[in-house]
Design a binder for this molecule. Structure first.
Ligand SMILES: C[S@@+](CC[C@H](N)C(=O)[O-])C[C@H]1O[C@@H](n2cnc3c(N)ncnc32)[C@H](O)[C@@H]1O
Length: 305
């Protein structure tokens, strides 16, 4: 069984919004491999809270963990607890998260894309955001946490006052992890109805493949800031990812990509991705942060050219 190894070895159009697809051609590596070409990638759908989300919140509260990001506290579910809970429920046999556990795999391409865990570059990007931006930066900002998994980046932005949408490949992840995590971070004094209203007015959650997501949301307001962590591992998906940036980012918007320098077994990595951005000639990118430890992780900032 393939084990997804996250360990680290080490001038566009005047109006970028008008750029037509496909703008990011497949690179040689991508075209050669086409490992996942027969996959029927999930369609995009808007995901609503499950009926029992509020009623099980007390249970989730007991199993939440806190992390400090600057002066912001973020609460989130512990992944191990969640998976045990899901396994114990007989009506949740078919969840994609569960399939990954049963296969002892971090990834089943096109079925489960890794969102049930919190990956380490999320922490890098959280720290970067807290050091880089004053509170005033976030006011009226519209933010997308793309490939959100647990959603900590988006939750951080919500806590600074931004309006945030979340996207993950897996509906299960959004229902059983992202939604509970968002609720663990809303004002505790709110009534249950007010919590649901908060979700309804402040966030949208979308599941499905990036290409379908961009299409589903193409007529909606674009984002000032797209945050994405550990989403460039699979070279075959990078074109879709970049086209999603191009389609959903405001013309003066910014994308921050946190990632490792290399992902074994799947071929992606920061330097390789930078090359692809350059080749697409739509964005300029610069490295805005690198980990001290042998440059194994970093953050890229993308702006339209
Ligand atoms: C390794 S996880 C990272 C999760 C989270 N950002 C973190 O840092 O903890 C990769 C994420 O990218 C998303 N993803 C990967 N391929 C995708 C695709 N083709 N379409 C949509 N989302 C995708 C998955 O849903 C998954 O949550």
């Amino acid at each position: 069984m393939f084990k997804f190894n996250f360990e680290v070895e080490e001038d566009a159009s005047e109006d970028p919004q008008s750029v037509k697809s496909p703008i990011f051609e497949k690179d040689a590596e991508e075209a050669d491999s086409e490992k996942t070409k027969d996959i029927d990638w999930y369609q995009a759908v808007k995901v609503q809270p499950t009926d029992n989300l509020i009623s099980i919140l007390d249970f989730y509260e007991l199993n939440a963990k806190e992390i400090e990001v600057g002066k912001t506290t973020i609460r989130h579910l512990v992944a191990g607890f969640l998976l045990d809970d899901i396994k114990a429920q007989s009506d949740l046999q078919d969840l994609d998260i569960r399939k990954s556990e049963e296969n002892h795999s971090d990834l089943i391409a096109g079925v489960y894309e890794g969102g049930a865990k919190i990956w380490e570059c999320t922490d890098d990007l959280l720290q970067y955001l807290s050091e880089k931006h004053e509170d005033s930066f976030w006011k009226d900002k519209r933010v997308l946490d793309l490939g959100c998994g647990s959603g900590l980046l988006g939750i951080y932005a919500i806590k600074q006052g931004a309006r945030v949408d979340f996207q993950d490949y897996n509906k299960d992840v959004l229902e059983y992890i992202t939604y509970p995590n968002i609720l663990l971070n809303v004002e505790e004094t709110l009534t249950d109805d007010e919590k649901l209203k908060f979700l309804d007015t402040n966030t949208n959650l979308y599941a499905g493949d990036w290409s379908h997501f961009a299409e589903l949301t193409k007529d909606l307001e674009k984002y000032d800031l797209i945050l994405t962590s550990e989403t460039i591992y699979n070279t075959e998906n990078q074109g879709k990812l970049l086209e999603t940036f191009a389609g959903r980012l405001k013309s003066d918007g910014v994308v921050l990509v946190a990632a490792k320098s290399h992902y074994f077994g799947v071929g992606g990595g920061l330097e390789q991705f930078s090359g692809k951005i350059k080749q697409g000639n739509v964005f300029r990118s610069e490295s805005v942060w690198q980990a001290d430890e042998n440059l194994k992780r970093g953050i890229l900032q993308l702006n339209f050219k």
